[in-house]
Structures are given as structure tokens and as C-alpha cells.
Write a protein that binds this ligand. Structure first.
Ligand code: SF4
Length: 472
């Protein structure tokens, strides 16, 4: 008989529920009762089995057991005390995160740049507002591409629109559901009121000055603001780490480059596309604990293979602060962390700490815990003017964050840009950046002139916005 798990899609922090069935191969089924998505899934959710590529515990390329790999990791970590970094983007359960935090002590890197943001904005950045409130808003302002980045929010936006909401999009491309489209460089034209609800996102590649600016715009207008996030339990990890010192990805790269960090422990986080290969190459030890194979497991000196997320026991918290229980029974992730920490992490006591932190007696996916949403104070924002010359803009979506190929090996560009270059249908576009050159197929779309939008990486990117030269 096939094993069926009631689980949550880890493609982003929207918290979509689904079933995963082990039936010789993995299959996905809809879970209509799921409160975040009412059973619907985006393309990533439908393709979820691709994410769960089997992985084996290894030490220096030799297969071993989870216990032995964890013991080896413990040895290497204690041998490099003072030069170790612990990285977790938030793809783990709340219970695992608490254990990881104890292990990481003061060397926890969650990827996002909390350090550069005022402390009184942390709660706003960590927990968003319930999706029902989005549906009831009068004016919604989007600083995201909902279709590409967080697809299940589209249903909520359409429902709000049906109830009379006006939707304004601040993006490089016109959004089909928007009543008003403003380009990011023209953000000064945006008119917010206390009836506006701003939807933006917060992730390891976020430009903090832009984040501060959006926080400031919302504050000045008395508008509400909510942050979506890319990893299954980003919200849970941020809430539970609110008193921990969390360092950013940029700090991690800097620390490795200057030799201050020699050993990196990645818990269910693949930074291969986010940290330059040259920087990763400087590490003496790369230790990876994960439930699925990816580019980072191929590079790691030690791989600790715990169960995939759908088999885990534990709690995830989505962007609106909804706590949801995973339907598995696996705790080998906790077991491995215990071996490394030289202790035994009991699920029940960690789970009790999670409930305490949320102020709830039990995890109930149908009731969102009450969160304080304290107002934040004055913010000094100095956003760099957004380059309006030719730029390649990478639209980070679930496939990109997880390094999975998608059927989008093209760029989108404006009709005038295509005409100016005399591009004809079926031709390719030459894109040059810092000495690298590529040729890509293109699609004409209502994109800002001289901007190329891409939903996958081509290897020439320098962050989310890369200045480029284009030609036929
Ligand atoms: S919207 Fe996010 S959580 Fe929902 S199915 Fe798509 S990737 Fe998964």
C-alpha cells in the first residue's frame, strides 16, 4: 500500500497544503481542506517530486550512515571552533530550528539582512497579515510579481478585486490584474493612503535600502504592509530567532573571503547560486544536512541525509503567521543535530517551546495565532536610484531559489526594444555583461523599455539587477 503524507509545499512561505504519495515514485495530490490554498497548487507545487531527489549520508565522497556523518560533522565543527558559520534559510521545522539555534549559538546566518534594518521593524518583517485581510483590502499595492514569485496569492488578489479593490503594481512589467502600473524608478508617483495594503517580499537578495524605503512609504501613509518570503518556514525561523544575532548572506560571503569562516554548516539550504564558487572553494569544511540532493550536496565534504520535509514531524509557519503541522513522523533531522551538539533533542519539549513562543495551546491550521504588530519608528532610507539603463532583472521564483530548471530559457523584453534592435521572431538576443556574453531566445511582453526580465539564471547575473548591453 502506498504511504500518503499530508504536508506543506516548501516552494515558498505561502504555506500551501497538499498530499505526497509514495507509490514507487512520488506523486502529488490536492488537499482541498488546506486553509492557505484550498487545494490549489502552482507549477512548482505540481512539480514537487522533482525537489525530493534522494540523498545519501557521505563523508569525503564515501557513503555512510546518518550517525557516522553527524559524528564526523561534530569532529570537524569542534576542530574549527571560532571559524564556523551555521546557515539556514528556513526550510526546516520550527523544532529543528530551535535545536539548530542552540548549536549555532552566536554564528547563525539566516541569509536575510536583519542587521541592516531597525529592530522595531523585525516583527513587521517576520509575520505578515492574514490572507483574508488581503481579500478585504480597498487598495492593494504590489512590489512583487505575484504570478511568478508567489502564485497562490493571485487568487486572493482576484477575490479582492471582485470585491472592489484597486490594485497598483510597482514593477518592471505591466501586471494583467493591476488597475495601475508604475515602474520601480517612478515609485515617487505612488499614492498610498491608510486604506492601502502594501505587499512586498523579504529574502536573502533583498536590497535593504529598497525595503527601508517601502517601510517608510507605508509608515508615512499609515498603510498596512505585509512581507511574503521564499522558504517554507521563513516566518517560523524569523519569529524564533528574533533575539538571536542573525547575520546576512553578504556578511557570510565577506567572512569566508577574509578567512574568518573556514567551516560552513548548511541546514537544508543550498547557497550554490547565491555564494560565488570561488568563495565556497575557500572553505576547509562544507557540511550539509538535508533531505534531498542538490548542487550543494555534490560539493559538500560531509552530507548528513535526514528525511525529506514531507516525512518530518514538526511545525511550519506561513507568511500570514499560520502554524501548520507536517503529517510525517520523522525526527532524524533532530537526531543528527543532537549527535552534533552532544545532546539529545526531544521533539516534545522543543514543540512545547514553539507553542509557548506563539502563545498557543495546540497547533491548529485553521486558527491564526494572535501576533503583536507594533508600529515601527522613523526610518532613514537612502534607496539607490534604480538604474533605468539596460538591465537584466532576475525574478526570483520557487524554481530559482531551489536551483531547479524550468521551461523558461528566455528573456522578456519590450516591443520597442525588440524593434530598435531589429529583432525578428525566432531570432536570439545577445546579452553582454562584464566580459561574459550569452545568446537567449526572447518573448515580447509589456516590460519597461531596455529591461530584460528572466525567471532563471544564465550565469552572468550580479544579484537581482545586472547592467547589460544587448544586441542582435
Ligand atoms: S505558491 Fe508557494 S507554497 Fe504554494 S504551491 Fe506554489 S511554491 Fe508551493
Amino acid at each position: 500500500m502506498a504511504n500518503v503524507y499530508s504536508t506543506i509545499c516548501p516552494g515558498c512561505n505561502f504555506g500551501c497544503g497538499l498530499y505526497v504519495r509514495e507509490n514507487g515514485k512520488l506523486e502529488v495530490d490536492f488537499r482541498k481542506s488546506s486553509p492557505a490554498n484550498a487545494g490549489k497548487l502552482c507549477r512548482f507545487g505540481m512539480n514537487l517530486p522533482r525537489l525530493y531527489a534522494p540523498v545519501k549520508s557521505m563523508v569525503d565522497g564515501k557513503e555512510t550512515t546518518l550517525q557516522e556523518a553527524a559524528k564526523e560533522a561534530a569532529k570537524r565543527l569542534s576542530g574549527s571552533k571560532g571559524s564556523v558559520a551555521f546557515l539556514s534559510f528556513g526550510n526546516i521545522t520550527c523544532e529543528e530550528h530551535l535545536a539548530f539555534q542552540k548549536l549555532a549559538e552566536s554564528s547563525l546566518y539566516s541569509g536575510v539582512d536583519f542587521e541592516a534594518l531597525p529592530k522595531d521593524t523585525y516583527q513587521t518583517l517576520s509575520v505578515g497579515i492574514p490572507y483574508d485581510e488581503i481579500e478585504a483590502a480597498k487598495h492593494i499595492v504590489l512590489f512583487i510579481d505575484p504570478y511568478e514569485q508567489y502564485p497562490l496569492i493571485v487568487r486572493r488578489l482576484l477575490s479582492a478585486k471582485k470585491k472592489g479593490a484597486k490594485i497598483t503594481s510597482v514593477w518592471w512589467k505591466d501586471m494583467p490584474l493591476a488597475d495601475e502600473n508604475i515602474r520601480p524608478a517612478d515609485v515617487s508617483k505612488l499614492q498610498l493612503t491608510k486604506d492601502s495594503l502594501v505587499i512586498t517580499d523579504f529574502h536573502p537578495l533583498s536590497d535593504v535600502e529598497q525595503i527601508k524605503n517601502v517601510l517608510l512609504l507605508a509608515k508615512n501613509a499609515g498603510a498596512r504592509i505585509t512581507f511574503l518570503k521564499p522558504f517554507a518556514n521563513s516566518t517560523g525561523v524569523y519569529i524564533l530567532s528574533k533575539d538571536a544575532k542573525q547575520k546576512s548572506l553578504a556578511t557570510l560571503v565577506e567572512d569566508i573571503n577574509k578567512g574568518a569562516i573556514k567551516t560552513l554548516f548548511c541546514l537544508e539550504s543550498d547557497p550554490v547560486d547565491l555564494i560565488p564558487a570561488e568563495t565556497l572553494g575557500k572553505l576547509t569544511n562544507l557540511i550539509v544536512q538535508t533531505g534531498s540532493a542538490s548542487a550543494i550536496t555534490a560539493k559538500a565534504h560531509v552530507v548528513i541525509a535526514h528525511e525529506p520535509l514531507y516525512k518530518k514531524r514538526g511545525t511550519l509557519i506561513n507568511s500570514e503567521g499560520r502554524a501548520q503541522a507536517l503529517g510525517g513522523a520523522g525526527t532524524s533531522g533532530l537526531e543528527a543535530l543532537g549527535v552534533i551538539a552532544g545532546t539529545k533533542f526531544e521533539f516534545d519539549s522543543l514543540h512545547e517551546s514553539v507553542r509557548k513562543a506563539l502563545g498557543i495551546a495546540a497547533v491548529d491550521e485553521f486558527t491564526i495565532p494572535k501576533y503583536d504588530r507594533p508600529p515601527y519608528g522613523a526610518i532613514q532610507a537612502a534607496p539607490k536610484p534604480i538604474d533605468t539603463k539596460t538591465a537584466l532583472v532576475s525574478i526570483y521564483n520557487p524554481f530559482l531559489w531551489f536551483g531547479l530548471a524550468d521551461d523558461n530559457d528566455f528573456v522578456e523584453l519590450n516591443l520597442n526594444t525588440a524593434r530598435a534592435l531589429k529583432l525578428i521572431k525566432g531570432a536570439t538576443l545577445k546579452i553582454k555583461s562584464n566580459g561574459s556574453a550569452i545568446e537567449k531566445r526572447f518573448k515580447v511582453a509589456p516590460v519597461q523599455e531596455n529591461v530584460l526580465l528572466a525567471g532563471r539564471k544564465f550565469g552572468i547575473e550580479k544579484g537581482m539587477l545586472t547592467p547589460v548591453e544587448i544586441s542582435r
